[in-house]
Design a protein around this ligand. Structure first.
Ligand code: IMP
Length: 201
């Protein structure tokens, strides 16, 4: 059997890597930066998802061989003027603390009846420190008043996708792999790969 092409995901978030593996199935050998302990932490100093995804993709791909795919993503809530946005992972005051982030979101939204929101995802594909392509995905929905469900990660227990009555965390991995912002951005990546535009497979 021919070797699978290797795709390195520029993240230390194991949930993201798992989701990307789940969506891409066995088309690629998927690694992430935790497989390369020598790599430095890339600071996300950009003010948009695209800027941050670019920083990660170029910062990592300049240091290792192979295709690198960086994801920057977050939650955009209308009643909060787009917050938490690019600050989604530290919204509760502590980087990556999902429980605190969710508590802050519940409290900021307590007096709002307008509950519309979306998850956004930008992917940047890079090789040898050069940007090759970008992909975007979004899923519309609304913010629940109470958390529900154990699946997914981050704000999933508070996000009800449009057309569903359960949160993303209730819906589970298979459904999330079809409808999430990340799934849509990755489907766009896959269709470019399949049409032969990328990677020269
Ligand atoms: P990043 O690692 O800078 O892209 O930050 C992403 C943050 O956005 C995560 O820490 C979560 O708070 C939130 N987020 C991104 N994608 C998802 C998702 O699929 N479900 C729930 N929260 C997400």
């Amino acid at each position: 059997m021919p070797e699978l092409p290797r795709l390195i995901i520029a993240t230390r978030n194991s949930h993201k890597t798992q989701e990307i593996r789940h969506i891409l199935g066995d088309r690629f050998e998927i690694l992430d930066v935790t497989d390369f302990p020598e790599l430095p932490e890339i600071e996300e100093t950009g003010s948009t998802f695209l800027e941050n995804a670019r920083l990660k993709a170029l910062g990592i791909s300049g240091r290792i061989d192979g295709w690198v795919l960086a994801d920057d993503s977050g939650l955009d809530v209308d009643a909060l003027g787009g917050a938490p946005g690019v600050w989604s992972s530290s919204y509760g005051g502590e980087e990556g603390n999902h429980a605190k982030n969710n508590l802050r979101l519940i409290s900021e939204m307590a007096n709002h009846d307008q509950r519309s929101a979306r998850f956004l995802c930008t992917l940047v594909l890079a090789k040898n420190g050069k940007e090759i392509a970008t992909f975007h995905g979004a899923v519309e929905g609304e913010i629940a008043r109470q958390p529900s469900g154990n699946g997914g990660f981050g704000y999933d227990p508070l996000f009800i996708p449009t057309g569903y009555s359960q949160t993303m965390a209730d819906l589970g991995a298979d459904k999330k792999s079809q409808l999430s912002h990340r799934a849509k951005a990755i489907q766009s990546f896959v269709s470019n790969v399949s049409s032969g535009n990328l990677l020269n497979l």
